[in-house]
Design a protein around this ligand. Structure first.
Ligand code: SAH
Length: 252
């Protein structure tokens, strides 16, 4: 029997959680949750004990080890434990470490996916991350290495950088170094999926200007094809007249 369910809460408003995630919450005895989740999610598990294990709950250095230990401890105490994580658990969520801790303790678990920030940002902007013919690949990247260094890559037609909000000037320089032309479109979206989401347009070389607009908010940086607006004039996909009547069948 599943004793722990690791649930992706989505990036913002409570209604972005999946039905499967909401059902897991409804049967939870304990919910261990990240800091950035919508308080309205609590209404889905009023019976549960809610424990904040986000950075506001613990100091950074001990956070992950404490979370792993709490997961195991509460699972052993009995009842259904939900580990509620922002966005999708498999994307920059340190899911591997929590899975390892549970496996080592012999505790069965299930993972429920969630809407990751990049996908919520694309929806907010109405800018698809892939485009037929021109945007054939998407990379989800973190700009931060484990050692706290900033790296940038050019591995896909659309590259979405997480965790770069505080270092946009450095990211801009690194993107140029990675081979992105200075005039490549960049869209910056903060608080994607929340009612106060905000998006802004830049180029690789003007990206540092975005700091004043998004400072202090969770932010993703979309670089390349997926950062461009969809317009009728520039979209060949819209020119292909999908609703054109079929030519009349020629008579023999
Ligand atoms: N598992 C999460 C990512 C956690 S890493 C997910 O799938 O979305 C934390 C980073 O995610 C933040 O630094 C930021 O880059 C990004 N992020 C999280 N929530 C966001 C939001 N609502 N809007 C924009 N970026 C967000």
């Amino acid at each position: 029997m599943t004793r722990v369910t690791i649930v992706g809460a989505g990036p913002g408003s409570a209604d972005l959680i999946t039905l499967r995630g909401a059902r897991a919450l409804a049967s939870a005895r304990v919910v261990l949750h990240d800091a950035l989740i919508d308080p309205a999610l609590r209404e889905m598990a009023p019976q549960a004990e809610w424990i904040d294990v986000g950075k506001r709950g613990f100091c950074d250095s001990t956070a992950q080890a404490r979370i792993n230990a709490l997961l195991v401890q509460h699972a052993r105490a009995g009842g259904h434990v939900v580990r509620l994580k922002g966005g999708d658990p498999s994307v920059f969520g340190r899911l591997d470490e929590e899975l390892e801790a549970l496996a080592e303790a012999g505790i069965a678990c299930e993972v429920v996916p969630g809407v990751t920030a990049a996908i919520a940002a694309a929806a907010d902007l109405k800018r698809p991350l892939t485009r037929r013919g021109s945007g054939r690949s998407v990379a989800l990247s973190t700009a931060m290495t484990r050692a706290g260094q900033l790296v940038a890559t050019r591995g896909a037609d659309t590259e979405v950088f997480y965790m770069a909000g505080r270092q946009l000037a450095a990211l801009s320089r690194r993107l140029v170094g990675a081979g992105w032309p200075a005039d490549t479109p960049v869209a910056v979206v903060s608080r994607a999926g929340w009612p106060d989401q905000h998006g802004s347009d830049h180029r690789v070389d003007t990206l540092p200007e975005a700091v004043v607009l998004h400072g202090g908010r969770p932010t993703v940086v979309i670089v390349g094809v997926g950062a461009t607006a969809v317009t009728v004039a520039s979209s060949s996909a819209l020119d292909s007249i999908p609703f054109a009547p079929l030519p009349a069948a020629s008579k023999p």
